[in-house]
Design a protein around this ligand. Structure first.
Ligand SMILES: Nc1nc2c(ncn2[C@@H]2O[C@H](COP(=O)(O)OP(=O)(O)OP(=O)(O)O)[C@@H](O)[C@H]2O)c(=O)[nH]1
Ligand SMILES: [Mg+2]
Length: 205
């Protein structure tokens, strides 16, 4: 099977004049799984973030178990950009992870070509909502496990696939959202997945 993308540009570049195809990708997942971090690490422009400081008022509302050191949270969305080649550009939208902002998700999915579900294995249940909404919208997605250093559980990808009841055709990979090359690999996996799906559709009579 051919590959849609072999290498993404490593430099932060202005948008080429030739760019004509913009593909909208959303990064979803539970609270504090690293969505904003992923958009920041891969974007070739300074990303737009709508981060707000978490205050005392959120105690008891914001579920900070496992991410107690977190001081800010996304209240609308993150926006970044990465060029695949001279003509194709990915627009990245990072969703807000807290339940009280989930009402924004369905709007965010409008016009989306594909999605990345980020998973923290300490709080796997938080991934259900994302997977459910994507399946509802029939949006193709890949699942990326953002391994936190202080996570004692070392579930294998097979165990995670089982726990999330992910069908075989959904790509599942490890990543470190802080590392640009790792974030790039996640996006390449998604674009290749979208490409394969498009090819399958084309070949189906
Ligand atoms: N150790 C470690 N820390 C990470 C990793 N990814 C993200 N972080 C940190 O975890 C915190 C949460 O990351 P965010 O990117 O804000 O998470 P988010 O999913 O955007 O959070 P919300 O928008 O509030 O849902 C930040 O302080 C990151 O620096 C990781 O892979 N390992
Ligand atoms: Mg965020």
């Amino acid at each position: 099977m051919g590959s849609a993308v072999s290498e993404l540009p490593s430099r932060r570049t202005p948008l080429a004049d030739a760019a004509e195809t913009g593909l909208k990708i959303v990064i979803v997942g539970g609270f504090g799984v690293g969505k904003t971090t992923l958009v920041r690490s891969v974007s070739e422009i300074r990303p737009l973030n709508t981060e707000e400081v978490m205050t005392q008022a959120g105690v008891g509302v914001d579920e900070t178990h496992g991410v107690a050191a977190k001081t800010t949270t996304t209240v609308a969305f993150d926006f970044g950009r990465i060029s695949l080649n001279e003509r194709m550009v990915l627009y990245l939208f990072g969703a807000p992870g807290q339940e009280r902002f989930w009402f924004l998700w369905d709007r965010l999915f409008s016009g989306t070509l594909g999605a990345v579900v980020l998973v923290d294995t300490r709080r796997m249940d938080d991934s259900w909502y994302a997977i459910d909404r994507l399946e509802h919208h029939k949006t193709p997605f890949v699942v990326a496990v953002n391994r936190f250093d202080n996570d004692p559980s070392r579930y294998s990808l097979d165990e995670i696939r089982q726990a999330l009841a992910l069908p075989e055709h959904v790509p599942l990979i490890d990543c470190d959202a802080r590392v640009r090359s790792s974030g790039k690999d996640v996006l390449i996996t998604l674009v290749n997945h979208l490409y394969e799906q498009a090819m399958t559709r084309e070949m189906t009579p």
